[in-house]
Design a protein around this ligand. Structure first.
Ligand SMILES: [Zn+2]
Ligand SMILES: [Zn+2]
Length: 280
């Protein structure tokens, strides 16, 4: 059943396929065909990561700040162009490092060192879904504690995570804040995805898709629009995180904050001194 050589060949085939599609679409062949596989993968991840970050960010900002102005965000709470450009600058400066991490992550999978498998049919759908749930739980647990330690360990906060927390109210947060981290901070918070691959088997393609979905997910939790879909960590919760610094460290859901006593609900705490959403 498990054939390490076949798996490694399939992983390599898959990453080569992604490289051919993305690089073939955006670059002339002379620029990339002779590059080593690792660099092709890095450039492909850089192009894909930039698109996943910038395109939905521009589209969503256009909708909530311009087209549907005042519908989702009160117009006096719209972030300034300057703060959005600063977030894009910080995120794009970190992008080569984020995508280097993604490339090393793929290299480790290609070398057969993880529990990754190439096809869902290798394990069957029921087992795949159990693995997926376990993987997502591990990622949720890992990101919660990584994020919490980035606040509680003083040097980690001062030298890394503080970069992300200069955006501390609704009028400075925007979807572009989603990847505006010190590069090492962003990588540390993505690491639970890689570590999980050594604990639970996961389909390679699902793993890659979930890593790229992070770009969309973090944009979603920074747009200040509270989805109110329990137990999803909507932006209402994460905006509280940016105002109190002591609550709602979770990622996809509020469950870890609930389990470890750091949950603050945007609706219930509306009358508190620390309002979840401040405009100025
Ligand atoms: Zn934080
Ligand atoms: Zn944030």
């Amino acid at each position: 059943m498990w054939d390490e050589y076949e798996y490694r060949a399939l992983f390599l085939w898959e990453t080569n396929f992604y490289n051919d599609v993305v690089l073939g679409t955006f670059l002339p062949p002379a620029m990339w065909v002779k590059l080593p596989h690792f660099f092709q993968t890095w450039i492909r991840n850089f192009i894909s990561g930039s698109i996943v970050y910038l395109l939905p960010g521009f589209l969503w900002s256009f909708v909530i700040y311009y087209w549907k102005r005042n519908l989702y965000i009160p117009k006096d709470c719209v972030p300034s162009l300057k703060s959005m450009l600063l977030q894009i600058y910080v995120a794009m400066k970190a992008m080569p490092w984020y995508t280097l991490y993604l490339t090393i992550n793929e290299y480790v999978v290609e070398s057969g060192r993880t529990k990754c498998f190439p096809r869902i049919s290798d394990v069957g759908w029921p087992v795949y879904l159990v693995y997926l749930l376990t993987y997502l739980t591990l990622v949720e647990f890992g990101i919660y504690w990584m994020h919490r330690e980035l606040h509680h360990v003083k040097p980690l906060y001062k030298f890394l995570h503080a970069t992300h927390h200069i955006y501390n109210n609704q009028s400075s947060l925007s979807p572009f804040a989603g990847l505006a981290f010190h590069p090492l901070d962003g990588i540390l918070q993505a690491m639970p995805h890689s570590i999980s691959l050594f604990i639970v088997p996961m389909q390679f393609r699902t793993h890659i898709a979930l890593l790229f979905l992070e770009g969309l997910w973090t944009a979603n939790v920074h747009d200040c629009i509270h989805g109110k879909l329990w137990p999803i960590m909507g932006a209402g919760y994460h905006t509280i995180h940016h105002t109190t610094y002591r609550h709602n460290y979770g990622h996809y859901t509020v469950l870890m904050d609930w389990a470890f006593g750091t949950l603050r609900n945007p609706v219930l705490d509306d009358d508190d001194n620390e309002k979840p959403i401040k405009c100025n």
